[in-house]
Design a protein around this ligand. Structure first.
Ligand SMILES: [Fe+2]
Ligand SMILES: [Fe+2]
Length: 140
């Protein structure tokens, strides 16, 4: 299970709440892996759909916040969002191809590893940049 901690805060309540919701979604998948649900193709398809839709919504919220502020890693950050979107799309395609649900573990591992790493490496960066009025920049 992954637990949202204050160290993940981007000092923006709305975006912290969105991250918490993403953590919940990942936990739901991790939880399902222990049960029969992990082999339920309908459940897996719905999880992937939620993961896709919620991350799109979240990425838009973040990009709207940092684009135009002078934050120096706009391109890299947007690319990181695109890379994750690509991974989710790939999993959806695989899921459709095999027509079953062999990839609950893959979804859980991909989302789990990505989200904490991304929040710490990228999202904390724009948080610090905005908080310090552009004085502090983090090198990726
Ligand atoms: Fe984020
Ligand atoms: Fe981000």
């Amino acid at each position: 299970m992954i637990e949202w901690k204050s160290q993940y805060s981007v000092e923006n309540q709305r975006l912290d709440e969105q991250h918490q919701k993403l953590f919940e979604l990942v936990n739901e998948i991790l939880e399902a892996m222990k049960t029969e649900k992990s082999r339920d193709a309908v459940f897996i398809a719905s999880v992937l759909k939620q993961l896709y839709e919620y991350t799109q919504y979240h990425f838009r919220s973040e990009e709207n916040l940092f684009v135009g502020t002078g934050y120096p890693f706009v391109e890299e950050h947007i690319q990181a969002h695109r890379d994750f979107t690509g991974k989710v799309k790939e999993m959806v395609a695989d899921q459709n191809k095999i027509g079953s649900s062999l990839n609950a573990v893959r979804i859980a591992q991909t989302a789990n590893a990505w989200i904490t790493d991304h929040v710490m490496r990228f999202d904390k960066g724009y948080a610090l940049y905005i908080k310090t009025g552009g004085k502090l920049k983090i090198n990726l």
